[in-house]
Design a protein around this ligand. Sequence first.
Ligand SMILES: [Fe+2]
Length: 327
Amino acid sequence: MHPLLNAEELCFFKNYGYLIKKRALDRDACEVVLDRMWQTAPASIKRDDPTTWRPIPDDEASDDPLLFLQKTRWQFRGAATEQALIDLVFNRPLVAWAEQLLGADSLRAPKVGGRPMGSWGPAWPGGPVDPQLGEGVRGIYATLPAEAGSERQPDQLHTDGHPFHLGVVCLLDDSPPDGGAFKIWPASHQRFYPLFPMQYDQARIPFYEHLPSHKGIIHPPEYLEEIERVEADTPAVDCHGEQGDVVFWHHRLGHMAGHNYAEPATIRQALLYDYCKTDLDTMRLDPPQQDMWRDWGDELKVAQVSISRQFAAEQRLPLVLAEQLER
Ligand SMILES: [Fe+2]
């Protein structure tokens, strides 16, 4: 039985916008979901042969949002509303922790057998699929190793443009450092939260075929400038780990899908989910609030303890931030 989050964990989440929980998920349950993913493997990628774990060849690529296969990205969303996937994120212990963060009985439940994310197509022509359009998890996202000898891609953060409250990334298999795990920029949620007209959404403009220069999300200049500042002053945290580890993250936290350069080759295999409160529809009408935790759970709001350096180290908090903690 997993204990509930303690005050230090709640405070850490408030301050830094993320929380890593080791060994949160049952390993057998992870294996069931992995087996499901491997049923969709591109022909040239063999589960038992790491020498085949390479970027997806063009003739095996797919733009189908339910099974997206491009280069190092293998994103299987077709099973997003199956019981085994939903059970990982909407059962103890994860849902109990999410309720501590967001409030008891406040979460919108995913729908087994509902429509997976990707059923509706992209958020705008040529754009990404919208995670808010989906009744289950986001999907199983695998990141294959980068091409051997390829130039290292720079890290670039973004915040998500669709409204939700709390993200979770679940490692279905071991994922070593530099192996394509989720990357986050700690404490950036406090800096990005005030910069948008609405507290959950990022504003979008419509797409017109005959006026193609503008489409999708409008990024306020203050946001773009803050991205540069955060990337310059905050080292990212690589949320690598073992099978069953999870990381929770605040909806305005800067993050990216990591690149996979680990040796020996591994495939980062993760399940992603967004927790939303049932009254997101009314909350999203409001601009950013003076108290950015107004919509969150009472347990989170009242938690007030100091964070130990040891706990910060366990969470891989970069030194530049950990040094500001009391001794
Ligand atoms: Fe994202």
